[in-house]
Design a protein around this ligand. Sequence first.
Ligand code: SAM
Length: 217
Amino acid sequence: MCIMDAREKYIEEYIVSHSDPEPLLLKKLQRDAHLHLLRPRMIAGHLQGRLLKMFVHMICPKHVLEIGTYTGYSAICLAEGLPEGGHLYTIEINDEMEDFIRKYLDQSEQKEKISLLIGDALDIIPTFKDNFFDLVFIDADKRKYWEYFEAVLPKVSTGGFIFVDNTLWNGKVLNETHIRDPQTKGILDFNDKLAIDDRVEKVILPIRDGLTLIRKK
Ligand SMILES: C[S@@+](CC[C@H](N)C(=O)[O-])C[C@H]1O[C@@H](n2cnc3c(N)ncnc32)[C@H](O)[C@@H]1O
């Protein structure tokens, strides 16, 4: 391990040991996912999960939308921060995940605050009223990031937020050799279009795999 890697590792350990612990149910979910699912690394994880909860507390949204549920980990974290009467809608295209997701949503204290919708987000988003959401978390197919953004923008209230995950894509946004990979292309296209989009304010946080915070003007 080089000095830089070691320092980053210790900093991460320090951050984890000085932040809120991961709730027991989410620890259990992660273990289950690592044992039984493909690609468990897609899960937001401990620190990003605590951050999502904190952001939701700060924004105090009535309606939240998540695009890309996977196991339900980040859905539970988002719902943890909701105020009384707040509700989260989370969309997952892969119906094979439904049993796993429901197993954990049903055990969660947040269960009543979460509606799981199985289907393609691009079909489901148009069924919501305009200006309905105060916060949207985009974390699905990287090739469709711009499509999700355009579909969801009219559904977000003025002053509302959109968070977009993985916008640094493991540093591949800087690496010319990955430009042909369609997922990297999707992220690059999204980041470039967003950077010059006057309808919104935006800032990329270099947290985990890059998290873009967007505010609708
Ligand atoms: C990165 S994972 C989500 C991780 C989850 N948000 C978390 O942090 O725990 C992406 C998920 O998006 C789903 N997905 C991909 N395309 C989608 C679409 N068009 N509509 C809804 N879900 C989609 C995938 O099946 C996958 O489960």
